[in-house]
Design a protein around this ligand. Structure first.
Ligand SMILES: Cc1cc2nc3c(=O)[nH]c(=O)nc-3n(C[C@H](O)[C@H](O)[C@H](O)COP(=O)(O)OP(=O)(O)OC[C@H]3O[C@@H](n4cnc5c(N)ncnc54)[C@H](O)[C@@H]3O)c2cc1C
Length: 259
């Protein structure tokens, strides 16, 4: 019988990646595809969705400290126990050469994992962060791709501006067969529009409020799709049908709010 109870796992390793970003590794022997996510239960606090940042047997999630659940997770150490459900969602379709990855902030987590897995040497990653303090996974990315371009909103490192502006400059000069993006939805909407302009298929990984992770609670509903079950990765054709993409999301109570 298929169950959706969390499996209790021991945190085997923690690693600080950047200010307020930490990776937690644990043994979990289910097969996980890049782009899929876990529901991570922090006992006594909450259960929250987290992309798989490492998909081999020694799995991992990489977490940005934001609120109650992520702060509680940050205090946990090697040997402490968390609950894991999943993996859930569809994950990325393996892209054809040549790939342009565009990641904003923690959007780099599934992107780095995919780039590492496919190791397409002539791919290019555009990674944007607010400041240089929020950059992480740089060594990991450099091992997987031939080229990494960085942007920061405040100009403290690399290109001064948004990742979407840097991606546009790249697309003006170079050819790609596929764009993969994850990050703030406003950024991903701009990338979807660029894909349309340059006639390049796009896969984007969306974030929505999630409670069940399996298509029951409706928290992550967007224009007839459940991000947890039908996504979180959607292709450009589907994204163009979503009227709320880049405009509205649902909050914890299910209210539709402007992004
Ligand atoms: C498919 C998916 C994959 C994700 N992967 C990662 C990841 O790899 N690393 C990472 O740091 N973050 C990831 N997130 C976001 C992460 O789930 C939230 O940052 C986290 O739940 C915040 O919880 P909190 O209690 O610390 O913050 P809160 O103060 O409770 O919330 C802060 C904000 O986080 C978001 N959030 C809170 N609870 C949820 C929830 N149950 N579902 C979705 N969003 C929520 C809301 O936008 C909220 O406004 C992912 C979200 C989704 C949907």
């Amino acid at each position: 019988m298929r169950t959706n109870y969390p499996k209790i796992v021991e945190i085997a390793e923690t690693k600080s990646e950047a200010k307020d970003i930490k990776t937690f590794r644990f043994r979990y022997n289910k097969k996980v595809s890049t782009g899929q996510f876990f529901m991570v239960w922090i006992p006594g606090i909450d259960e929250i969705p987290m992309s798989a940042s490492y998909t081999d047997n020694f799995k991992g999630v990489t977490v940005e400290k934001i609120g109650e659940a992520t702060s509680a997770l940050f205090k946990m150490k090697k040997g402490d126990k968390i609950g894991i459900r999943g993996p859930y969602g569809n994950g990325f379709k393996t892209p054809k050469d040549r790939v342009l990855f565009v990641a904003g902030g923690t959007g780099i987590i599934p992107v780095a994992s995919l780039a590492e897995k496919i190791k397409k040497k002539n791919s290019l990653i555009v990674f944007g962060a607010k400041t240089k303090k929020e950059l992480f996974f740089i060594k990991r990315i450099k091992k997987s791709c031939s080229k990494l371009l960085i942007s920061t909103d405040d100009g403290s490192f690399g290109y001064h501006g948004f990742a979407s502006d840097l991606a546009k400059k790249v697309l003006e000069k170079e050819k790609f067969n596929q764009i993969i993006t994850c990050g703030p939805e406003i950024m991903m909407k701009k990338i979807l529009d660029l894909g349309l302009e340059y006639k390049i298929p796009v896969q984007a990984s969306l974030e929505r409020y999630m409670k069940c992770g399996i298509g029951i609670c409706d928290s992550c509903a967007i224009n007839g799709y459940h991000v947890c079950r039908d996504g979180p990765v959607f292709d450009d054709r589907t994204l163009r049908k979503m009227r709320d993409f880049g405009k509205f999301k649902r909050d914890a109570s299910g209210r539709r709010v402007r992004i």
